[in-house]
Design a protein around this ligand. Structure first.
Ligand code: PMP
Length: 438
């Protein structure tokens, strides 16, 4: 069968001339490593609030993008970027107040103890830096991650991201543990997670490797979106910290009010990280990311080497970051994330009464996973159906994706700017897309 960039001939026939030529140009110019979403890729030309618009002017409800989290092209962020860019944009080697004001306000959203921040441009860089700091502090190299983790693209961090593909060779200093999958492991999932972490620490030591860090995404997004119950990672974190490892909370996915009840995902679990990596929604599209740290953890690293990141923490990025914090506060987006998130969860749970394909509905705030199974008793993953639902919703004008090792878990991550009417649209589209499979 003829394929265009992984699309079947049937899909390709539905593509316009323009779309075909864009796909061909992409392949020619960007090479083979990039992937497009959807069988019929979206040619996005404009974003506004919760909507993305395609080249034909058709609008799509964005229930996927966790970068433009407070709304596409939010006017306050646009204004902040433009104003600062018109005045000064340099780097962190001059005295400037903007970066300090922003750092102060950002740190004020963290629990006491997490009192310093270093800026990067991407979440990958943040994790890479956090790992370097952890290794420096502990004198160890060993890292514990989850089995289908994603933490980023640098050399060290991509090697700790098994979800990138089977060709990722886990380094000798890494150990994988199962994420706390309550759906499959039951109420003991947190306990099993803790036992796994304990065993991983012992195994590293048995191989002469000193463990440095437990690096986990607080909502286990790539593992399959395991949001709860609250506190389920606490025992594992306590074991790691009492064994001398640092706990790096990867908040790139679950930070900035995404999980509703708190500003930071780790807070749902009542744990205290040693290092926190931030990214994605931090600048609503302007590249800004960072590592928040306990000062005593940062101290030996900073003493022994300098840190300079050419673009990290530049005035324009800090202005965007500041605007994001202001909007989350002024528009009550954390509360909205909790309320609309609960409304969505309840609505999707109702759908599960009519659609046997839905095995589990889970989430926190505006991060929801809907696990599709072909048989509720055996919980056999329904990957092909998930793909059809994702594409079916795209055809109905709602953007979502799929997660987990088999991609049978619908990944629903609406913009925090969602209102109830948007949630209703999403639920209707999901209902219809599931109905179309029956
Ligand atoms: N950590 C997690 C949990 C992520 O989901 C991502 C990005 N998907 C990253 C880190 C890396 O962030 P970036 O793409 O900004 O480098």
């Amino acid at each position: 069968m003829t394929m265009i960039n992984g699309f079947s001939a049937a899909d390709a026939e539905r593509l316009s001339e323009k779309e075909r030529s864009l796909i061909a140009r992409r392949e020619r110019l960007l090479g083979p490593a990039y992937r497009l979403f959807y069988e019929r890729p979206l040619h996005a030309v404009r974003g506004e609030g919760v909507w993305l618009y395609d080249a034909q002017g058709r609008r799509y409800l964005d229930a996927y993008n966790n970068v433009a989290s407070i709304g596409h092209c939010h006017p306050r962020v646009v204004q902040a970027i433009a104003s600062q860019a018109a005045v000064l944009n340099t780097h962190t080697r001059y005295l400037q107040e903007g970066i300090l004001d922003y750092a102060e306000q950002l740190l004020a959203t963290f629990p006491a103890g997490l009192e310093q921040v270093m800026f990067t441009c991407t979440g990958s860089e943040a994790n890479d830096l956090a790992l370097r700091i952890a290794r420096h502090y502990t004198g160890g190299t060993g890292v514990i991650i989850t089995r289908f983790a994603y933490h980023g693209v640098t050399g060290d961090i991509s090697a700790l991201s098994p979800s990138l593909g089977a060709s990722i060779q886990l380094p000798g200093h890494a150990r994988c543990v199962h994420a706390p999958d309550v759906y499959r492991l039951g109420p003991e999932a947190g306990k099993l997670f803790a036992e796994d972490v304990r065993a991983a620490i012992a195994d590293l030591r048995a191989h002469g490797i000193k463990p440095a860090a437990l690096l986990i995404d607080g909502i286990f997004a790539s593992d399959g979106i395991f949001a709860g119950p609250e506190g389920c990672i606490a025992e594992a974190v306590a074991i790691a910290q009492s064994e001398g490892l640092l706990y790096i909370a990867d908040e790139v996915q679950c930070g900035f009010a995404r999980t509703g009840s708190h500003m930071w995902g780790f807070q749902r679990h009542g744990v205290q990280p040693d290092l926190v990596s931030l990214g994605k929604p931090m600048g609503n599209g302007q590249p800004i990311a960072g590592v928040v740290a306990r000062p005593e953890v940062l101290e030996p690293f900073g003493r022994s080497m300098r840190y300079f990141n050419t673009f990290g923490g530049n005035p324009v990025s800090c202005a965007a970051g500041q605007a994001v914090l202001d909007v989350i506060r002024d528009e009550g987006l954390q509360q909205r994330s909790a309320q609309i998130g609960d409304y969505l969860l309840a609505g999707i749970r109702q759908l599960s009464q009519r659609h046997d394909l839905i095995g589990d509905v889970r989430g926190a705030g505006m991060f929801i996973g809907v696990e599709l199974v072909s048989d509720r008793a055996s919980k056999a993953p329904a990957a092909e159906q998930a793909k059809r639902v994702v594409n079916g919703m795209r055809e109905r004008g709602v953007l979502i994706s799929a997660a987990g090792p088999l991609e049978n878990i619908l990944k629903i991550r609406p913009l925090l700017a969602f209102e109830q009417s948007h949630a209703d649209l999403l639920i209707t589209a999901l209902d219809e897309a599931l109905q179309a499979l029956a």
